[in-house]
Design a binder for this molecule. Structure first.
Ligand code: NAD
Length: 264
């Protein structure tokens, strides 16, 4: 049974209008946390995501549309969080994009966007969230890295570089807060069937002239020994665990949930 262990806390989950971020936001709301949603999408759909979470989980929700590649918009979002909720207790740096191409063909603007959104945004949100967490001597920073923060795959240079960097930032943040009630950890999922991975499934099905189901199986069988996708709900439960007192001494880890991917 879910307890309301995070009642009275406020969680900001970047990139929570879809996929893993939305799953984590819902799990944190189920544990009683107020949620600040962020990410792109249709205004009406975003409104209904916020309203549904508020009603179903009986928490306060709000939304900020900051583009996570823009430091000044990130600062505006953090200010809005301070004004509306007093500050952010739980920061989940989740927004991310992917692009797949060989290094010599990799568009320079895609490289810059991936480094900005998947890595630098976590630096900006963290630097702006930490003063409030230090004041309260409690906080949780959870960085959504990836198995690609631990091992590489061909044709994902920017993503692999950003995710390795994010694990480095996680360790540094954990050390700088080690003697406080603030912890910082990374979660490293294997394949999760979200829009980000669906694009790779579609590309594979088209390239190899196979069905969607065959393309999913092919993708999993190359990397993920369980042969099953990780789910946003499973990742959400891990995030709730990181927020619990049992996790007070988990600091600076890169915790993979990957169906055995990096055990190979
Ligand atoms: P997704 O495409 O479903 O969701 C990405 C979210 O980020 C969306 O809400 C989108 O609107 C938001 N976003 C994208 N660019 C943004 C920007 N500039 N500013 C603000 N928001 C922005 O993807 P997902 O699979 O749920 O990925 C979430 C995170 O998990 C990413 O960091 C991704 O790298 C990581 N991850 C995903 C997988 C996977 O298999 N899906 C595996 C490992 C790690």
């Amino acid at each position: 049974m879910q307890t309301r262990s995070l009642s009275g806390k406020t969680a900001l989950v970047t990139g929570s209008t879809s996929g893993i971020g939305l799953g984590i936001a819902r799990s944190l709301a189920a544990a009683g946390a107020n949620i600040i949603f962020n990410g792109f999408g249709e205004a009406a759909e975003i409104h209904s995501i916020c309203a549904a979470a508020a009603q179903y989980f009986e928490v306060k929700t709000s939304y900020h549309g900051a583009d996570m590649s823009k430091p000044e918009q990130i600062a505006a979002m953090m200010n809005a969080a301070k004004e509306e909720f007093g500050g952010v207790d739980i920061l989940v740096n989740n927004a991310g994009i992917q692009h797949v191409a060989a290094i010599e063909d990799f568009p320079v603007e895609k490289w810059d966007a991936i480094i900005a959104i998947n890595l630098s945004s976590a630096f900006h949100t963290s630097r702006l969230a930490l003063p409030f967490m230090r004041e309260k001597n409690w906080g949780r920073i959870i960085n959504l890295a990836s198995v690609h923060g631990l091992v590489a795959s061909a044709h994902k240079s920017a993503y692999v570089a950003a995710k390795h960097g994010l694990i480095g930032l996680t360790k540094t943040t954990a050390l700088e807060t080690a003697s406080t009630g603030i912890t910082c950890n990374a979660i490293c999922p294997g394949f999760v069937l979200t829009p980000l991975v669906q694009k790779q499934v579609d590309a594979r099905a088209e390239k190899e002239g196979i069905s969607m189901e065959e393309a999913k199986k092919a993708l999993l069988s190359e990397k993920q020994p369980s042969g099953e996708f990780v789910t946003p709900e499973q990742l959400g439960e891990l995030a709730v665990f990181f927020c619990s007192p049992a996790a007070n001494q988990i600091r600076g880890v890169a915790w993979n949930m990957d169906g055995g991917w990096v055990a190979q």
